[in-house]
Design a protein. Structure first.
Length: 400
């Protein structure tokens, strides 16, 4: 097996909970109200895997199944749809609460807006979400994908009406290419990573992701997780969800652990080096976790994770592959979950640390035991069906 699991503890000192407010209840209620106005909106399942929890020696494990989101097989459209809504509202001088689905798609609004082209770089799921939203809002989109992207993901983006192509660059260079195209052609760049002078749109995208967390709270009712595991690419989703739960629970916040592939572990390296700077990872970023193959961390995400995440993990591909198989082959009468390489990464990690005796010190560091109530987010389904079958059916993947 290629690589070992590495983890570093991040001590939280002088925590400022006001930073979490931008993803807290006041914002998330507005976000979910916007999403609920979409006729295709349905709350995605929160699957209670009680038999798996018993098998792993923990109290409970819940997995949010985002393969059911808007018929797009991934969570990303939450960020894209809210971001485009906020952009349009801002352009019209309106608040997003004044623009539900019916109004934002009306001929009157379209006439006021004219034609807008949104451009983005993506491994697949984010671009599909942007293309889908632009299409239903009557606008245009252009999507660029990094070298090695699955053709199925490209085809799904084409089906949403976008102009899309796979580039010769890695993910981070594809972002730079999309940025240059936006400047050159007057397009609107919609990216979930931030840099100096580009923070408003990434912040809107991150806020869009809080609908998942708002739904989870409604579904859990009185149950409070003790541990939340979040996967990070650029970190936008992880930062938003960490901020949401920090705002909700404050000092009683669950322990938050961030998971990354060892080929693209920029947050892990940032915490490990601990010199007050963000650290990037270069090269091919070659991992089966395509949605997490991002080498440059989002500064807005780090603002949240540096305050509210206790642990950062760098792990090899076989752990994500294990998660895919665990969720696809449920214990007892647990519900089956079809989860892709990035989506299953957190469940795979929980399963591995609880079943591998050599990771006893890691379990102690994470404070996970038979009293733990674990929450994971399966952020995607089988968005690359060919690779999904190779991993789940045949037990094959590049790192084995």
């Amino acid at each position: 097996m290629n690589g070992t699991i590495k983890a570093v503890h991040h001590e939280l000192n002088n925590v400022d909970y006001t930073l979490a407010e931008k993803f807290g209840q006041d914002i998330s209620q507005k976000v979910i109200s916007y999403h609920k106005s979409f006729p295709m909106y349905e709350k995605t399942p929160l699957v209670h895997l009680s038999n798996l929890a018993n098998e792993l020696g923990i109290k409970e494990i819940y997995v949010k199944d985002e393969s059911k989101r808007f018929g797009l097989n991934a969570f990303k459209a939450l960020g894209g749809s809210y971001c485009l809504g906020k952009y349009i509202a801002d352009k019209l001088g309106m608040d997003i609460s004044e623009l539900d689905f019916g109004k934002i798609t009306s001929p009157e609004i379209k006439e006021k807006l004219g034609e807008i082209t949104f451009v983005t770089a993506t491994d697949g799921n984010h671009g599909r979400g942007i293309a889908w939203t632009a299409q239903i809002l009557g606008q245009k989109s252009v999507v660029y994908m990094p070298k090695g992207s699955a053709k199925e993901r490209l085809e799904n983006i084409h089906k949403c009406g976008a102009i899309a192509e796979i580039t010769e660059y890695n993910y981070d260079d594809t972002v730079r290419f999309a940025y240059e195209c936006a400047k050159k052609y007057g397009w609107v760049l919609v990216q979930d990573t931030a840099w100096q002078g580009y923070k408003t749109i990434p912040n809107w995208i991150m806020q869009g992701y809080t609908t998942m967390a708002q739904e989870v709270v409604e579904q859990l009712q009185e149950t409070r997780p003790t541990h939340i595991f979040l996967q990070a690419g650029v970190g936008a989703m992880a930062g938003a969800i960490a901020g949401f739960f920090a705002d909700l629970y404050k000092k009683d916040k669950p322990i938050i652990t961030i998971i990354e592939p060892n080929k693209a572990d920029c947050f892990y390296k940032t915490v490990e080096i601990n010199d007050g700077k963000l650290h990037s990872v270069g090269g091919a970023l070659d991992t089966i976790m395509a949605g997490l193959a991002c080498g440059e961390p989002c500064s807005l995400a780090w603002e949240q994770l540096s305050q509210y995440a206790e642990n950062f993990v760098s792990m090899p591909d076989y752990v994500a592959a294990k998660g895919m198989r665990v969720l696809a082959n449920p214990v007892g009468d647990d519900e089956k979950i079809i989860s892709g390489e990035s989506g299953a990464s957190t469940t795979g990690f929980v399963a591995e640390i609880m079943q591998n005796d050599s990771l006893d010190n890691l379990r102690k560091m994470l404070k996970i035991d038979n009293n733990s109530v674990v929450l994971c987010f399966s952020t995607e389904g089988d968005t690359d069906k060919e690779n999904y079958r190779k991993i789940v059916w045949d037990g094959l993947y590049p790192s084995f």
